[in-house]
Design a protein around this ligand. Structure first.
Ligand SMILES: NC(=O)c1ccc[n+]([C@@H]2O[C@H](COP(=O)([O-])OP(=O)(O)OC[C@H]3O[C@@H](n4cnc5c(N)ncnc54)[C@H](OP(=O)(O)O)[C@@H]3O)[C@@H](O)[C@H]2O)c1
Length: 276
């Protein structure tokens, strides 16, 4: 950690949507590093968030706060007094009603609350979905942090998740500029890896459908993947490193679906993994 950064032991970080797949790993790593964590969840008493209380250091340094993304006062109470915010909560769905408003207004709420609390930095979990959906980009162009998804195209193809994430990230940049909040964005590709939470999240279904037999064939397409532990660590690194700025694509390897099912078949030969 750079010498001019305060030590983790003296800092409190708010993680929104703390019980989710990626956020649970962020909370775990933050606690292991010695940070005090305020995790927002919609219902602290829901058994699906109980795993957080079992994390090492949780008894001493984790506080769960009740907040919905559309509940500004709840978010404000959770963020007030925090040094940094990791805004990871978001709906993950292609239902436009459930996706767009909470993703966009929730992000605005979090950044405004962080501005009021004078947080050092906000790290926002955006997505590759805010980056790559652009039919006008030539196939020869390498996708990098300068790319943005085309909103009209997302709308016309009903990719409401990508639309919501792109609009939310754009809103994050706009509000952060207006409120002079130091914002850094992580844009992960499809995230896989061990689950800390007891429920199955959307990106895990990408693998699960090949193991349960619900997918009989695989698509002729390519997908980039990254491990959830690397994504969580990336969030912490961009928070801690003063020179971090802008967007960071977070990706490990790109595989054709045929390569993916081959790997799955090798590790799980007893499962009905498609061969075509
Ligand atoms: N997994 C991936 O492949 C991937 C890739 C790129 C980016 N991301 C981004 O990473 C973030 C976390 O995703 P994840 O994969 O960890 O999914 P997840 O496990 O479904 O986590 C999403 C979290 O957001 C919370 N949330 C949803 N709507 C909310 C609302 N209205 N108010 C408060 N909290 C709300 C959920 O709370 P409840 O448990 O109460 O529903 C849950 O804790 C999201 O921003 C997602 O867009 C994920």
């Amino acid at each position: 950690m750079p010498v001019d950064s305060p030590s983790p032991a003296s800092q409190t970080i708010c993680v929104t949507g703390a019980g989710g797949f990626i956020a649970s790993w962020i909370v775990k790593l933050l606690l292991e590093k010695g940070y005090t964590v305020r995790g927002t969840v919609r219902n602290p008493d829901d058994p699906k968030n109980a795993h957080l209380r079992e994390l090492e250091g949780a008894k001493e340094r984790l506080i769960l706060c009740r907040a919905d993304l559309l509940d500004y006062e709840g978010l404000k109470d959770a963020i007030n007094g925090c040094d940094g915010v990791f805004h990871t909560a978001s709906p993950v769905t292609d239902d436009p009603e459930q996706m767009v408003e909470p993703a966009v207004d929730g992000t605005k709420n979090v950044i405004i609350a962080a501005a009021e609390a004078k947080c050092r930095r906000v790290v926002f979990t955006s997505s590759i979905g805010a980056v790559y959906m652009d039919p006008n980009r030539s196939p020869d162009v390498v996708v990098d942090e300068s790319c943005w998804s085309d909103l009209e195209y997302c709308k016309n193809t009903k990719n409401w998740y990508c639309f919501g994430k792109a609009v939310a990230e754009q809103a994050a940049w706009d509000i952060a500029k207006e409120k002079e909040v130091d914002l850094v964005v992580v844009n992960p590709v499809l995230v896989l890896g061990p689950l800390l939470q007891p429920t199955v999240n959307a990106s895990i279904v990408h693998i699960l459908k090949y193991l349960t037999g619900s997918a009989k064939t695989y698509a002729n397409s390519v997908q980039a993947y990254v491990d959830v532990r690397d994504v969580a660590l990336a969030h912490i690194l961009v928070y801690e490193n003063p020179s971090a700025s802008g967007r960071y694509l977070c990706a490990e390897s790109a595989l054709h679906r045929g390569e993916l099912v081959e790997i799955l078949a090798k590790f799980f030969p007893e499962f009905p993994i498609p061969t075509k």
